[in-house]
Design a protein around this ligand. Structure first.
Ligand code: NAP
Length: 321
């Protein structure tokens, strides 16, 4: 099969389009013919900085397609069924093997491109807001990088839960588009002091739940904007900045918390399975929206990675094998 692979870490140019062996289908697994690969923020982080465990390495968390092989012992999935899948690697390829437990059926009527983009962003956003953020109707939510894949999901889920929604972006145009997804207050971090603006809008109270996948200095700013009993949910590091946070007396006096949130934690998978399937159904029935910003052929994976890194994307970029 063809795949987009890399041999060493680096920029988008390290990706090569090559022949690699088809994946095997062990007991408990399924293999899919991939029809859409969702480019996840983590795919870029891996390519950039996580040494490949073997070469050539097929990166990628999330892809959807049609099951072409079912491993021994799998009784709830069948050949020919459309599924969307999450796994730590292997999405950037014509075929992908995953544990059956992380292959989610795609409802009729939902496009395979949209389906490929749902479980990780919506699941991560949901865990930040509800499992760890304990969001209540009437509270305030700030989504750092609101137009990112996870950000766009968080804006919608927070609005649906009855929150007042704030988000940041480097682009006024993206903030304007976010209004259609539930944004109440947009702050352009390229032209405005985010902390000062948010404190002004909230009358100095700060924010109840902050969803932050940017990391570094941005997360330090999130801590400064969190209100009394505020919850900062830090799920990523798109900035690639180092982590070292100042948890000071202000945090203690304000009964504030910072949570690390990892959807990929194996321990969480049984709890997450019905939640992720429901989020897929919610997109299928139109109560949530998955945004496919642009598609590229799999053979142009390097160009697709470069496009996402240029910060032009709104929602998700999808590769088509
Ligand atoms: N823990 C988990 O389970 C989990 C799950 C999913 C993702 N993640 C992680 O979360 C992070 C975000 O993932 P994602 O898929 O939502 O990202 P994404 O969709 O690729 O987000 C890209 C956007 O982030 C914004 N951004 C803000 N500051 C940036 C900076 N310094 N450099 C580059 N972009 C910046 C840009 O939008 P603006 O210009 O509009 O700000 C950019 O368009 C990644 O680090 C990923 O690994 C973790």
């Amino acid at each position: 099969m063809k795949a987009a692979v890399y041999y060493e870490n680096g920029g988008p140019e390290v990706l090569r389009y090559e022949d690699v062996p088809d994946p095997e289908c062990p007991a408990g697994w399924v293999v899919i013919d991939v029809e859409a690969v969702s480019l996840e923020g983590g795919d870029l982080i891996y390519r950039w900085g996580s040494p490949p465990p073997h070469t050539p390495y097929v990166v990628g968390y999330q892809a959807a397609g049609v099951i072409c092989q079912v491993g021994e012992g799998v009784s709830d999935l069948e050949v020919g069924q459309r599924v969307t899948t999450i796994f730590p690697n292997g999405s950037h390829a014509e075929k992908r093997a995953v544990l059956a437990a992380v292959a989610f059926p795609v409802p009729d009527g939902l496009s395979i491109e949209e389906a490929s983009t749902i479980p990780i962003p919506f699941g991560t956003a949901g865990d930040c807001l509800f499992e760890y953020g304990k969001l209540q109707a009437g509270e305030t939510v700030l989504v750092q990088a609101g137009a990112s894949g996870v950000g766009l999901a968080a804006v919608q889920l927070a609005k649906r839960a009855g929150a007042t929604v704030f988000a940041t972006s480097s682009s006024d145009e993206k903030l304007e588009r976010l209004r259609d997804f539930g944004l109440d207050h947009g702050v352009n971090y390229a032209t405005q002091d985010v902390v000062a603006k948010v404190m002004e809008i909230t009358g100095g109270n700060g924010i109840d739940v902050i969803v932050d996948g940017v990391g570094g200095d941005v997360t330090q700013a999130s801590l400064r904007m969190s209100g009394y009993r505020g919850r900062v949910c830090m799920y990523g590091n798109v900035s690639r900045d180092s982590f070292s946070y100042k948890y000071d007396l202000d945090m203690m006096r304000g009964n504030r918390a910072i949570y690390g949130v990892a959807l990929s934690a194996l321990e969480e998978q049984p709890r997450l399975k019905p939640i992720l399937q429901q989020l897929i159904e919610d997109v299928a029935d139109g109560s949530l929206r998955a945004v496919v910003d642009k598609t590229f052929p799999l053979s142009e994976a390097a160009a697709a990675h470069a496009y996402v890194e240029s910060r032009q994307s709104f929602g998700r970029v999808v590769l088509i094998p």
